[in-house]
Design a protein around this ligand. Structure first.
Ligand SMILES: Cc1cc2nc3c(=O)[nH]c(=O)nc-3n(C[C@H](O)[C@H](O)[C@H](O)COP(=O)(O)O)c2cc1C
Length: 117
């Protein structure tokens, strides 16, 4: 599915200050998209270039925390030909449905979708 996708959408809660272990495990499998000689090769990715990626991140703490999680992975994503990454983040959410009360999150969703289409 990733091979055929124009846009890859990932989602995670923040658990213990980081991405969930499920998402981290999935990202680690992106290693299979590198060519076997990626260390020295000019073309390092087996994926078609120009894919874009969105991370949807929810967290219990406020927005002053964890704004940089996606950036930590963006360098590797870029090597795989995923040039553009966007973050949609809902902060201070702990209860199911809390995101519905945060209009700024939905405005960000609209802005990211508009930029991608
Ligand atoms: C095991 C666990 C660890 C968590 N650790 C953090 C954390 O370090 N920082 C934070 O802001 N929120 C933390 N939270 C709150 C979740 O990020 C928040 O409730 C999440 O947005 C909702 O995800 P969930 O309902 O799918 O678990 C944690 C929640 C759980 C269950």
């Amino acid at each position: 599915m990733i091979r055929g996708a124009d846009v890859i959408v990932l989602a995670t809660p923040v658990y213990f200050t980081d991405l969930s272990s499920d998402l981290k495990a999935a990202i680690e499998r992106f290693f299979s998209f590198f060519t076997t000689d990626y260390v020295t090769a000019e073309v390092k990715s087996r994926l078609a270039p120009g894919k874009r990626l969105v991370l949807i991140q929810t967290q219990g703490e406020d927005s002053t925390h964890y704004g940089g999680l996606l950036a930590r992975y963006a360098t590797s994503f870029k090597l795989l030909g995923i040039d553009e990454v966007s973050l949609i983040r809902a902060s201070s959410v702990r209860e199911a449905g809390a995101v519905a009360q945060l209009p700024e999150v939905w405005e960000r969703v609209d802005a990211v979708v508009e930029a991608l289409t």
